[in-house]
Write a protein that binds this ligand. Structure first.
Ligand code: COA
Length: 314
């Protein structure tokens, strides 16, 4: 949807990430299961991933860094929105642990839209700004390693742990969000799932096919509703599930692959943490600057998908 004119908008004023210290390489995995560095790199683009910690620990660390960069104290934040599909437990929401850990006095809630979670959370956060919130901490944090069967090569080679956070602040003028869309199709829930007490299961081939289609449709819609064309996108920040999915999506969208930020080589698939991890990379390397048009786009279990187009800096 295009963001209606006159709506109180927001800008990202701080960002930060946290990843576990422990690096697990493809060679490490090939000692344990029938796979190889060459196969994983060729089929996924992943070279290594970080494993360890809890979702709340990673989220707290990333959140503190984002606050520091924004120059804000925890007591200036109205709410913590945590996108995660690997909460510390079922109850309470992990966001409450994060809110307490950081020392935010405001509200806290989890968003579970699997790997689309961060874009869902960011969209919801803009809605809260429109109805009066001043500052929000939006975090994507995951410990997929905790729901992974480390003897199942169909999943274990793909996943990693990590967190990324942004501080989103209300502005007087138009904010940075130009358009957004959220989608879901629960009839596809069997393709990617984890039951209580179980492990992550995915039908990799089918997820791959559907992912490319939904990401392209969702991104095209968001770009058009922002009043832009694919040629106007300066930086694309896709969910990091497979480098081949990113390449295929770029190709179909007509966005040169060099414009896509890729961190999957270092982190693997970190679900709702992957977009803020890539966003942080784009910002710290100077690839994303004020005034640029940036496309965030993701898909995941559900299936769900979500895209947003922002003019960086508002
Ligand atoms: N290591 C080595 N060989 C493997 C392997 C592994 N980890 N997994 C499968 N293989 C083998 C298969 O047995 C098959 O061998 P065969 O040709 O002798 O039968 C061959 O490699 C190809 O397997 P296939 O399943 O067709 O591979 P693929 O190209 O579809 O890649 C995925 C598998 C999982 C990497 C890929 O389908 C994928 O990334 N899907 C999307 C997953 C995703 O995005 N999930 C997250 C959504 S948020």
């Amino acid at each position: 949807m295009p963001v209606p004119k006159g709506v109180r908008g927001g800008v990202v004023t701080g960002w930060g990430i946290a990843v576990p210290d422990k690096v697990v390489t493809n060679d490490d995995l090939s000692l344990r299961m029938d796979t190889s560095d060459a196969w994983i790199v060729e089929r996924t683009g992943i070279r290594e991933r970080r494993i360890g910690g809890t979702t709340s620990e990673l989220a707290i660390e990333a959140g503190r860094r984002a606050l520091e960069r924004a120059g804000r104290r925890p007591d200036e934040i109205d709410a913590v929105i945590l996108a995660t599909t690997t909460p510390d437990g079922i109850v309470p929401g992990t966001s409450a642990t994060v809110q307490h850990g950081i020392g935010v006095p405001g509200g806290a809630f989890d968003v579970n839209a699997a790997c689309s979670g961060f874009v869902y959370a960011l969209s919801v956060a803009h809605g809260l700004l429109a109805i009066g919130a001043e500052r929000l901490l939006v975090i994507g944090a995951e410990t997929l390693s905790r729901i992974t069967d480390w003897d199942d090569r169909s999943v274990a080679i793909l996943v990693g742990d990590g967190a990324g956070a942004v501080v989103l602040e209300a502005t007087d003028g138009p904010g940075q969000l130009l358009s957004w869309n959220l989608g879901a199709d629960g009839s596809l829930k069997h393709l990617l799932k984890c039951d209580h007490g179980g492990y992550l299961y995915m039908d990799g081939k089918e997820v791959f096919r559907k992912a490319v289609r939904v990401v392209v449709e969702s991104a095209e819609q968001a770009i058009a509703e922002a009043g832009l064309t694919p040629a106007d996108i300066d930086v694309m920040i896709p969910h990091q599930a497979n480098l081949r999915i990113i390449s295929a999506a770029c190709q179909r969208l007509g966005i040169p692959e060099e414009k896509a930020v890729v961190v999957i080589d270092r982190y693997g698939n970190t679900s709702s943490a992957s977009i803020p991890l890539a966003l942080d990379d784009a910002l710290t390397t100077g690839r994303l600057e004020p005034g640029m048009n940036v496309l965030l786009t993701g898909f995941g279990g559900g299936m769900t998908w979500a895209s947003a187009v922002l003019r960086w800096g508002g």
